[in-house]
Design a protein around this ligand. Structure first.
Ligand SMILES: Nc1ncnc2c1ncn2[C@@H]1O[C@H](COP(=O)(O)OP(=O)(O)OP(=O)(O)O)[C@@H](O)[C@H]1O
Length: 451
């Protein structure tokens, strides 16, 4: 028999929980306010706490923070909420909650979580004083069970300083995870830098990462700090790390071990304090077996891993994401609605390109579909690639209607907007992604009133 504290301002819910906990053979105490819980926990010992998140006065997160600030051992705290979102889940786990459950909660779920909590109590003595209140995570959409687990892992990772490895197919949201981790960590006020290791030729990657000194190689006309020093104090995302050359991997390993970088052409290393998040869609153990990835680097990186499930394995997220992307693409205008058939088609699709594919499809529909309600055929989900676009035998899809210049300008606007989003507003990068000169992009932005 364990002693359990129940904290909830909803009397009916509290009573029901009390009954469940008692029927499971435990001794339970109940209070309705966070402040009462804190003072009771000072006087009395509890083996676990079931804590509501939203309460008047000191809320659930407030209780967690106060316990951290007091220091000393705290019992495992299970947060309960009717409003489970990415933000509060990550924040609760970061502050040391044992688990975060969405209401309503079945008797089985209470039993299961208490069994786990009582088996492995997690007294945490870490002080939260250095942890700032994190910024909101607008845009992290989806609360399927699989994504709830991801939010919890992000929260756990945000509370530590170890490297994080984010695994998952292309377009599942690995970079979003890295950004969420940064925003919820105590490095939120410091830089977040992302490098795509597969997009940069390997001979340039070392200079990009570690910097170089003037004259290090032909064309090195000045010193360059490199991404590690640019991210000093903050977080560095090494995207597609599975594509990094073996030689660069050896240098990466040294940086992680020593906490210092040696710029190309320099003799003296420079100390850096960078939290590394590595991401890849590759099977790294298989790459190790094939001799393409260093085993010791994998060991260093794979301390805390977060697996992003493919979209087809979290169908509950598909429609909320689709509506979100339509709204975002509509800006201040009216977002298009999805017909029932379109919704069914979205749910049945395999999504090889995951969330990115869904985003691109919704942006295209919002911009190009001629109807206020999107029909299943507007989605063009049976297209596997650019091939069928060139099929001239059938009738033209509606968005190709009108004159050729009209259709071309619709397409240009969508592609330019997508490149700008991808480049986070950096026009030079957007021009590079589009494969056109920067000057030409500026002219098009002006012509389309997209400045
Ligand atoms: N849960 C989500 N909510 C809202 N937008 C999302 C979500 N997941 C992914 N996205 C969006 O989908 C696109 C792809 O996400 P992201 O770049 O993070 O994927 P990735 O796994 O890093 O892709 P790659 O492997 O190709 O680098 C981005 O525009 C991102 O904003």
């Amino acid at each position: 028999m364990a002693r359990i504290l129940i904290v909830d301002d909803d009397a009916a819910f509290r009573e029901a929980l009390l009954e469940t906990v008692t029927s499971l053979g435990h001794d339970a105490e109940e209070v309705s306010r966070g402040a009462q819980a804190l003072s009771l926990m000072k006087q009395d010992h509890f083996d676990a706490v079931l804590l509501d998140q939203r309460m008047p006065g000191v809320d659930g997160l407030g209780v967690l923070k106060a316990l951290r600030d007091q220091g000393g051992a705290a019992p495992p705290i299970i947060m309960l909420t009717a409003y489970a979102g990415a933000d509060n889940t990550i924040e609760a786990m970061r502050l040391g909650a044992f688990d975060h459950l969405a209401k309503p909660i079945s008797r089985d779920a209470v039993q299961e979580v208490l069994t786990r909590a009582l088996r492995s109590p997690q007294p945490s003595t870490q002080s939260a004083q250095h942890l700032p209140v994190s910024a909101g995570l607008a845009g992290f959409v989806g609360d399927s069970p699989a994504m709830r687990e991801v939010h919890k892992r992000i929260g756990l990772a945000a509370a530590s300083t170890m490297p994080v490895l984010v695994l998952g197919e292309t377009g599942t949201g690995k970079e979003m995870v890295a950004r969420a981790l940064h925003r919820h960590s105590d490095r939120a006020a410091q830089p977040f830098i992302a490098v795509n290791c597969s997009a940069i030729p390997s001979e340039l990657l070392e200079s990009e990462l570690f910097g170089h000194v003037r004259g290090a190689f032909t064309g090195a006309t000045g010193d360059r700090p490199g991404c590690f020093r640019a991210a000093d104090g903050g977080v560095l995302l090494l995207d597609e790390i599975g594509d990094m050359a073996l030689e660069t991997q050896a240098k990466m390993l040294r940086v992680l071990q020593e906490g210092e970088v040696t710029p190309v052409g320099a003799t003296q290393p420079v100390r850096v304090d960078v939290r590394v998040v590595a991401a890849t869609h590759k099977d790294l153990p298989a790459a190790v077996r094939a001799g393409q990835f260093r085993e010791d680097l994998l060991w260093r990186l794979d301390v805390l891993s977060i697996h992003m499930p493919p979209l087809r394995e979290r169908t509950a997220d598909i429609l909320p994401l689709a509506r979100y992307f339509l709204e975002r693409a509509a800006g201040s205008g009216q977002p298009k609605a999805l017909s029932h058939e379109a919704e069914q088609a979205l749910l049945a699709h395999r999504w090889p390109g995951n969330v990115r594919e869904l985003r691109n499809g919704m942006e295209r529909c919002q911009a190009l579909s001629p109807h206020p309600v999107i029909a299943a055929e507007d989605l063009q989900l049976n297209r596997s690639g650019p091939g069928p676009e060139t099929d001239t035998a059938g009738p033209l899809p509606p968005w190709l209607g009108g004159t050729l210049p009209e259709a071309v300008s619709r397409l240009e606007r969508v592609m330019i907007q997508r490149a700008l989003d991808e480049a986070r507003g950096n026009r030079a990068e957007a021009a590079r992604l589009l494969g056109i000169h920067r000057q030409l992009l500026y002219r098009k932005l002006a012509a389309y009133g997209m400045e």
